[in-house]
Design a protein around this ligand. Structure first.
Ligand code: MG
Length: 213
């Protein structure tokens, strides 16, 4: 199956399919992952990579493929992760055979929200995440007045429905939740692949509050 979806109008290709010139490691060094045939490959031990661009509210599309690791169990089976704003990890893992996924399984917000259902395809098949991300709203004192809200579709299935995370997940780049942040992909040592990553930034006006007017 090949679910490759072209970007919607107004979207930015944050992975151009050719190189990682706009990606860096956490320390700002050139990204150490490899690219071939429009696909980026985790190169284990080279570290997480993140975009130079920073985002606030956005719609994101991304495709990933987990490796076939029949001997591995749990967190050792095809682990990676997609950190929205570099702060909120949607787990990437081969959780295909799990009846009831938990807070560490594929599609979870790590240690915060399990996915509503298991949306996984088998390893070695392309899978999609589509995300609607609304950044936390922060007042002049830096206090969060409205928490982050995130919805996620996994292979077209709603697995996170407008969840309000109480804070960043483990491994976040920082806790400056009122600032824009990058898209970060995790090197957890497994041979996960990514392709066709685009982000469409959303206007902040018109969504500036969920409170009644
Ligand atoms: Mg992970």
């Amino acid at each position: 199956m090949n679910p490759f979806q072209p970007p919607v109008s107004g979207a930015t290709l944050v992975f151009n399919g050719c190189d990682l010139d706009n990606w860096r490691t956490r320390s700002g060094a050139p990204a150490g992952w490899s690219v071939s045939d429009g696909v980026m490959h985790v190169v284990p031990k080279t570290g997480d990579i993140m975009t130079v661009e920073r985002f606030t509210d956005f719609q994101m599309h991304l495709e990933f493929m987990t490796p076939y690791m029949p001997e591995a169990k749990g967190q050792a089976r095809g682990n990676s992760g997609v950190y929205l704003q570099g702060r909120y990890e949607i787990q990437v893992l081969d959780s295909y055979d799990l009846a009831i996924p938990g807070m560490g399984d594929c599609g979870a917000f790590y240690n915060q929200f399990a996915p509503l259902v298991n949306g996984c395809r088998p390893p070695l098949e392309w899978q999609t995440y589509d995300v609607m991300f609304r950044a936390p709203r922060v007042n002049a004192q830096g206090e969060v007045v409205e928490p982050v809200r995130i919805s996620v579709l996994h292979n077209g299935i709603v697995i996170q429905n407008n969840v309000q995370l109480p804070g960043v997940t483990g491994g976040a780049i920082d806790e400056n939740v009122g600032e824009p942040g990058p898209l970060l992909l995790q090197d957890h040592g497994d041979l996960v692949r990514y392709r066709n990553i685009w982000i469409r930034e959303l206007p902040l006006k018109g969504s500036d509050t969920y409170e009644p007017r």
